[in-house]
Design a protein around this ligand. Structure first.
Ligand SMILES: Cc1cc2nc3c(=O)[nH]c(=O)nc-3n(C[C@H](O)[C@H](O)[C@H](O)COP(=O)(O)OP(=O)(O)OC[C@H]3O[C@@H](n4cnc5c(N)ncnc54)[C@H](O)[C@@H]3O)c2cc1C
Length: 282
């Protein structure tokens, strides 16, 4: 287990708020913004959900106290979506409400397809009340084009990613080439009709497409951002920040890192090599 903890360190910014803030500060020094994620998901009891809510409420206080530039990202199954939808809504409402008073922003991550519709329903309900909440869409899902059109209608801030969960062929595109094509289609829709899209990928072809599309369509750097995951392709994103693009790093921390870490390991063989290389560096 000790070895696994050391391996997870490649993708996780520590177990405590203090460690996470220290890492965000280092990113901010390189002109990279952050979104902090208190790791947790698939919560089945109210006591654990309440702990997660408290962790986010105190994190929101800690951000301005530390003087760092960071939003927060969270998962609805961490807030009790498996317990009861309205209970989950009340929990997230407290977090977004608090963020609003502090001038901060909350991004709702997207989980597997059993949760897609309920996550969107909660988001649309929150959106009626708040402008400081955003959502994630997954380019591998067939349904996402319609979702993006609906989200654009309410001027929702969306993060576009490929999708990290194993999904069946009747719901999700399986070929990377086609997922990439859909990512581009969704990004165009978000650039044309949406608000400040976040392009969340480490894929060179998609990064290049975004830069060219923005330049070709005279989209100012202030009107979109690149997002990446802590530990992955640091140099690439540092360079984008140096070139003047808005760049935000997704910074997960906490003790419940195993499911997140396993998703990263499953995703790419490069990530496995990266973790092994880091083990020998330390
Ligand atoms: C900020 C952010 C937030 C996310 N939020 C969610 C979410 O809410 N829900 C969800 O389902 N998923 C989320 N994801 C994960 C996402 O869906 C993908 O699973 C993940 O980003 C991998 O896809 P990719 O597009 O980055 O590139 P990949 O398909 O993994 O890689 C494409 C190419 O990028 C290059 N590359 C990638 N990694 C490396 C590396 N380590 N070293 C060298 N080259 C590399 C290679 O050229 C590779 O061929 C998020 C991702 C990001 C960046």
């Amino acid at each position: 287990m000790k070895l696994l903890t050391r391996m997870a360190r490649s993708f996780v910014a520590g177990e405590t708020v203090k460690e996470a803030i220290k890492n965000v500060r280092k990113l901010n020094e390189k002109s990279i913004m952050a979104t902090l994620d208190v790791l947790g998901e698939s919560v089945k009891d109210k006591e654990t959900a309440e702990k997660a809510v408290s962790a986010y409420l105190s994190l929101l206080d800690a951000i301005p106290k530390a003087g760092i530039n960071s939003h927060v990202s969270l998962k609805l199954t961490q807030m009790g979506l498996d317990i009861e939808t309205d209970y989950c809504y009340q929990n997230i409402d407290r977090i977004v409400g608090k963020a609003k008073t502090l001038g901060n922003f909350v991004r709702i991550d997207m989980e597997g397809t059993p949760y897609t519709q309920r996550t969107l329903d909660i988001f649309f309900r929150l959106r009626q009340k708040y402008d400081n909440v955003g959502i994630v869409v997954q380019a591998y899902l067939y349904r996402t084009e319609k979702d993006v059109r609906d989200l654009n209608k309410v001027k929702a801030k969306i993060r576009i990613c490929k999708g990290a969960y194993k999904e069946p062929a009747d719901l999700a595109i399986q070929k990377m080439k086609n997922i990439r094509a859909n990512f581009i289609k969704l990004s165009e829709l978000a650039f044309k009709e949406g608000v400040n899209p976040a392009i969340a990928t480490h894929d060179d072809r998609l990064l290049k497409w975004t830069k060219e599309y923005a330049a070709g369509n005279k989209i100012a750097n202030a009107n979109f951002e690149f997002q990446y995951l802590y530990g992955i392709r640091n140099k690439t994103f540092r360079k984008l920040a140096e070139e003047g693009y808005r760049v935000r790093c997704y910074v997960p921390f906490g003790t419940h890192w195993l499911p997140y870490f396993m998703r990263r390991m499953r995703e790419r063989k490069e990530n496995v090599f990266f973790v092994i290389k880091n083990l020998f560096k330390k």
